[in-house]
Design a binder for this molecule. Sequence first.
Ligand code: PMP
Length: 443
Amino acid sequence: HLKSANGYAALNSDFDNFYVRRLKLRIDDCFARPITGVPGRYITLMDRKTEDYNRHYQFTGTYTETLNMSSYNYLGFAQSEGPCADAVEESIKKYGISAASPRADAGTSELAMEVEDKIAKFVGKPAAMVFSMGFATNATSFPALVGKGSLIISDELNHASIRIGARLSGAMITSFKHNDMQDLEEKLREVISQGQPRTHRPWKKILVVVEGLYSMEGTMCNLPGILKLKKRYKFNLFVDEAHSIGALGPRGRGVCDYFGIDPSEIDILMGTLTKSFGANGGYVAAEKHIIDKLRMTNAATIYGESPTPPVLMQILSALKIISGEMVPGQGEERLQRIAFNSRYLRLGLKRLGYIVYGHDDSPIIPIMLYNPAKMPAFSHEMLRRKISVVIVGYPATPLISSRARFCVSAAHNKDDMDRVLAACDEIGNVLQLKFSTGIAGGA
Ligand code: PMP
């Protein structure tokens, strides 16, 4: 192991040191680069000094505009013009910038209540509450929902905010293989009976936690399969819709909308407002008594600042546009564009011979690079063609499952998708990334 200057073992391992210096620093994605302007259809990245790629992030002060395949801007609401931006500007004049108080003190504005009402209706639940940060929504909700004596059964690929929230709750935690219904059922059998007769339940509550759409895999939760098990084993279900709300379903209302399932079958619908709504924060939607309890017991709203007025107005306007209330037809058009772009790009990449992960309708499209040494090469070649794409590798994925991840948006058009496909065609030949023989017809 490396030694630090004072002679103690360095906190970073040899491997981390190798990985960060030799690989991560050489990746030409938007990671750790200053950006300017709106992260919309295009993203403008500050250029790096190339002579010192091995050791530092150093910047030139000049910028390059690139096609943005890296932001979570599913419905194209990350923008500085148009009806949302106008409404936000007006709201600043009326309400100012800051709530200047936690929600539980003087931070409950009429705007916050209107947004909560709108979110509840949008996702199909009786009540909802908003948080000023998506991460904190999960990190502080679990401790308010379950505690010692309860059990959380979590998909192994659940987001860090879920894992942290679960740990903070004090509940026992176990996980099941990603999206594997057989493994979930086995876990349920194991934990419910624990060698006792089937009628014995050693847990106060059992909470199964999944995501609607997984951000590194592009996979969708098997909601019908989970609900079948829910009827049989009687647990509570928490679905994190950070990436699925707005992005999935004919009306953009997430996984329930996608599968045609009544939202009342799910106990807790959580989501973030950072992605499809171009805003900030998170929400939890559930029965009224659960939301009432959450309001009184979650640390983020008692000890933390309320969402700010401009952010609330952005959420409200985006919701109104998606549901067709503000600008007739625009919501539908955005939903159709993201659905088309997602399928078109995914199918095109498969036709080229790439190994593409995830569900056919997912706007998150990971292509496999496998070998970590191909990460800097792929990102460099994309950036040379002025396309910005996030490269994902260890520790977010296993070392040999390195990938590039395209995030499709309603802000893109078919020409943009063709541009990405043309770049991937050339780069795939050079880097030998066309692992499969391609497909003949459908995805
Ligand atoms: N849940 C999931 C599944 C996420 O992917 C993320 C962030 N990408 C969060 C919660 C946290 O949300 P935010 O970034 O809005 O804080």
